[in-house]
Write a protein that binds this ligand. Structure first.
Ligand SMILES: *Cc1c(COP(=O)(O)O)cnc(C)c1O
Ligand code: SF4
Length: 336
């Protein structure tokens, strides 16, 4: 792969510096992608509501000069976000606002979600998180300790899921401390990490991180979040290989998004590419109906047709479970 000099210099930097240099405005991104902002349906108001944020490692996977690129659509603030769609609200899943206060969300049997940070390396336009101004939420040590104590006190919990935001934005020291504390809880079996960083900022997968994950006596599972095969660059492959080689099990969750991956070919290609790099397709989520995301919606009937096409084309283990989240339900709701 031949890269221009500025990119070589950028990718030689550590992940924190790469993150600090992420694109944060439409103009710079368009210049990099050889696109004219005037030719795109960009919206300054949408960008004010939820800022543009894209690391170069993700932007480099966008096809230059293509206004309809499926990766570009995931991150570009557009006019459609201002449309009103029936059934879309600020907190479609029902409890995120309160969970970000206490740091724990216990909805399903045996599993609790620990929300340590509200930050992400990338702002995905389809995300429910866009409506919560908690970008800088960082669970205080005190609250984190209280959350850990609550997990310690409940022997029915066998799995802790680090979520957010993106838990891999925590420092190596903070993560190592957290993993150590969780390791001390006898009834825990597994620690699961939900992160988009192996895909959007693969430089985050440092040797230090791998080492502290390897030290865990509890099994570690990482659920990556990748929606399209084009997101899997050589750097992503290298990062996932190091995770895989250190004994971590990798699964992927994707969101079914209109104009991004709502065709059987894209979904099949995603499953094939993930699996060829050691990642097992886990969930394909229907969109959470969050305000500002209605233009990404694929109907349940269309989703069902698509997943049946995928099922007809691929071995069963490459077909993700098509699910939706329903407030108050005891698990994700399987559609297929
Ligand atoms: C999605 C989710 C989980 C994990 O569910 P799995 O089906 O085990 O992947 C756990 N807790 C909460 C609150 C969730 O939203
Ligand atoms: S929580 Fe996940 S989907 Fe939402 S903005 Fe962050 S990385 Fe994107």
């Amino acid at each position: 792969m031949h890269e221009p000099q500025p990119e070589i210099q950028h990718f030689a930097k550590n992940w924190q510096q790469q993150l600090a240099e992420a694109f944060n405005n439409i103009k710079d991104l368009c210049r990099y992608l050889h696109l004219a902002p005037d030719d795109l349906p960009v919206s300054a108001v949408a960008a004010e509501n939820f800022p543009l944020r894209v690391p170069l490692s993700f932007a480099a996977c966008i096809e230059k000069g293509n206004p309809n690129d499926p990766l570009l659509r995931q991150i570009l603030p557009v006019n459609e976000e201002l449309n009103i769609y029936p059934g879309f609200s600020h907190d479609p899943v029902g409890d995120l606002a309160s969970a970000t206060q206490t740091g724990v969300l216990h909805k399903y049997h045996g599993r609790v979600l620990l929300i340590n940070t509200g930050s992400c390396a990338i702002n995905c336009r389809y995300c429910f998180r866009r409506n919560f101004p908690y970008a800088d939420l960082q669970l205080s040590k005190q609250k984190e300790d209280a959350a850990i104590q609550a997990i310690q006190d409940d022997a029915t919990i066998s799995e802790v899921i680090l979520s957010g935001g993106d838990p891999l934005l925590l420092s190596d020291a903070r993560l190592a401390r957290l993993i150590q504390q969780l390791n001390n809880i006898e009834h825990l079996q597994r620690i699961r990490i939900h992160s988009r960083l192996p895909i959007v900022l693969p430089a985050r997968i440092t040797d230090e991180l791998i080492n502290s994950l390897k030290l865990s006596a509890k099994q570690i599972i990482i659920i990556t979040h990748c929606n399209h095969a084009n997101e899997i660059s050589d750097r992503v492959v290298t990062a996932c290989n190091s995770l895989k080689n250190s004994g971590i099990t990798l699964f992927n969750q994707a969101v079914l998004l209109k104009g991004v991956n709502d065709n059987a070919k894209a979904l099949c290609n995603l499953s094939e590419q993930l699996f060829s790099h050691g990642i097992i397709p886990y969930y394909l989520h229907l969109l959470d109906k969050a305000t500002g995301t209605g233009h990404f919606k694929v109907s349940e009937q269309d989703a069902l047709v698509l997943i049946q096409q995928v099922q007809a084309a691929l071995p069963g283990y490459l077909v993700p479970k098509l699910v939706k989240e329903q407030a108050g339900a005891a698990s994700k709701q399987a559609i297929f």
